[in-house]
Design a protein around this ligand. Sequence first.
Ligand SMILES: Cc1cc2nc3c(=O)[nH]c(=O)nc-3n(C[C@H](O)[C@H](O)[C@H](O)COP(=O)(O)O)c2cc1C
Length: 193
Amino acid sequence: MKILNINSSSNNTASTSTSFAEKVVAKLVSENKGSSVISRRTTYSDLPFIDETMLGAYFAQERTEEQKEALKLSDELTNEVLNADVLVIGAPIYNFSVPASLKAYFDLIARAGLTFKYTEKGPVGLLENKKAYIVMASGGTEIGSETDFAGNYIKLFLGFLGVTDVEFVKLDQLMFGSEPVIEKANQKIATIS
Ligand SMILES: Cc1cc2nc3c(=O)[nH]c(=O)nc-3n(C[C@H](O)[C@H](O)[C@H](O)COP(=O)(O)O)c2cc1C
């Protein structure tokens, strides 16, 4: 099993979403002998925002050397996603949404012709037969609720790319008491194979 772990917390030492995402990865590895893991920390990867050169490169029919260069990182990240069997995304809620670095990462892997395509009936995702675990932490927001613009957004985005087999490991509303939430998350992780 090829596992791609994307963590997006700015907390580099004691992040709840990162540590539980790593627990999910460890469980998957223990259940699937011979697994490989690629890990990315979006906040510490100097990910670029899409600029005009990249925009031009995304939509060019034939790319110049400069455009190819501009897409190098996007190509690399996109290939990692295409090659993965399972995505494990660790994300806290920041200011009602996902961390900006995770959005920047998503902007780099949403590639027409590679991860989705346009058809007469609208866009179709090209990531097939993949599963995703979204490991989300929040202070007050209930994950999956109307005001959850992070979890609902990640699920929508993954669905756009074709990943519809999505499960949440919820570490939400931690400010109201973490123990029961953590216990539930651990129980959930124990069921993962
Ligand atoms: C900059 C910042 C913004 C935050 N904004 C929200 C928010 O809008 N809604 C919420 O429920 N929690 C918010 N929180 C709380 C975090 O989501 C919560 O502490 C979470 O457990 C952090 O996860 P981590 O340990 O993986 O970084 C915010 C925390 C920080 C540091």
